[in-house]
Design a protein. Structure first.
Length: 379
């Protein structure tokens, strides 16, 4: 593939923030998301601003004109650009789309056959809303079914039923409900709802606690803990005990960031019958994954390509994790665009889980792309 034209422009993400979109050869487009509960160790999304990156790329587009891209590792070309993680990633994804004629998954892995399980964000709070909400950032639905389509439909149906039961229209940045109930009441409510199968499918519960967001002065500060006990301040060991009791009582299959982002040792004390997942703890950074593995902190990691600002490094950490029996979960960000590249990467790199919302066009674009890929693979 040869680059004939390269254009950058500003678009708005789902939170109405500026982000970058690249177009190559007039036909291939990619854009990148931004986080709200970003980890301290993430690369900066923009060295200056999205606007600065867009202007720079439009001024220097000649630099890439007539360059040809023949294989995945040619994308390394973009990595010495000093514009921040998001511009690099947008350039790499657009180029990959152009190289593959928009079929990234097939181009990277012609034999790919496995579709990920969606972790669907159904109720939420924390830093994903300004409204009074649960202390936990995301309550996630994990359906167990053979095909992606069945998993997708089960989550969608559960979302609609939960909406009726909660009778609320308030939504977080990721399209999850914000009911006016406490953290423990939310756990009880969902646990109760999920006792019955949905469309004949068992759905398990998972959480993204995003604990760094409410960790201050060595305590986990709950503001909306339970009906009788609104505020609750927990020391590290109390937080570990609480999360372990939730894992048993609610049969949690997945717990992301149950402790603050520097506590590698604390993570190792959590009940690994559930997937104990590092997001802010690892920030898609292989060095941090290696530290975590030495201390047996986790058995799974979140993969967010823009946390590390490089598609090459993202592939490296995915391969490393898989060869060391660490499960991977590729994830959207709270401020999303319509881009569905992560769906393709999940299939290409055999990533077993994808975390997205269930509702909202930016979330559904990822899910619908996977439905399309499943159909293509089956055909
Ligand atoms: P973010 O949150 O995209 O706002 O960082 C998502 C997450 O914590 O998983
Ligand atoms: Zn997270």
């Amino acid at each position: 593939m040869r680059i004939k034209t390269l254009k950058a422009k500003i678009i708005k993400n789902s939170r109405n923030e500026n982000t970058i979109q690249i177009t190559i050869n007039k036909k291939f487009k990619a854009s990148v998301p931004s986080g709200a509960s970003t980890g301290t160790h993430e690369v900066k999304a923009y060295k200056k601003t999205a606007k600065y990156a867009v202007d720079y790329l439009n001024k220097h587009h000649d630099h890439w004109k007539n360059k040809s891209f023949d294989e995945f590792y040619d994308l390394e070309t973009f990595e010495n650009l000093n514009l921040g993680g998001n511009p690099i990633l947008a350039l790499q994804l657009t180029t990959l789309k152009a190289m593959s004629n928009n079929k990234i998954y097939k181009y990277l892995n012609p034999k790919s056959k496995i579709l990920p399980t969606p972790l669907g964000n159904v109720i939420g709070g924390g830093s994903h809303t300004k409204l009074k909400s649960s202390d936990i950032q995301e309550f996630l639905l994990i359906p167990k079914a053979k095909t992606f389509k069945e998993r997708y439909l089960a989550n969608k149906h559960a979302y609609k039923e939960i909406k009726k039961k909660l009778n609320t229209k308030k939504l977080t940045d990721e399209g999850a409900f914000i009911p006016n109930i406490s953290t423990t009441e939310t756990l009880d409510f969902l646990n109760n709802y999920l006792q019955d199968k949905v469309l004949g499918i068992k759905i398990n519960l998972g959480l993204d606690i995003a604990a760094s967001e409410f960790y201050k002065n060595k305590t986990y500060n709950y503001k909306n803990f339970s009906k009788s006990n609104k505020t609750n301040k927990l020391k590290k060991q109390e937080q570990i005990n609480l999360v372990n009791s939730w894992i048993s009582d609610y049969n949690l299959k997945y717990v992301e960031d149950p402790l603050e982002q520097e506590d590698f040792r604390g993570f190792s004390k959590l009940d690994q019958r559930a997937l104990i997942c590092g997001d802010d703890l690892i920030t898609t950074n292989i060095k941090r994954l290696k530290s975590a593995m030495q201390q047996k902190s986790i058995n799974s990691i979140i993969i967010k390509p823009n946390q590390i600002g490089s598609l090459i490094k993202t592939k490296e950490i995915v391969d490393f994790a898989h060869s060391h029996n660490i499960k991977t979960i590729i994830s959207h960000r709270s401020g999303e665009t319509l881009d569905s590249s992560i769906s393709h990467l999940a299939v290409a790199w055999k990533i077993p889980y994808i975390k997205t919302g269930i509702f909202g066009k930016e979330r559904e674009s990822k899910l619908k792309e996977l439905l399309k890929i499943e159909n293509e693979i089956k055909a």
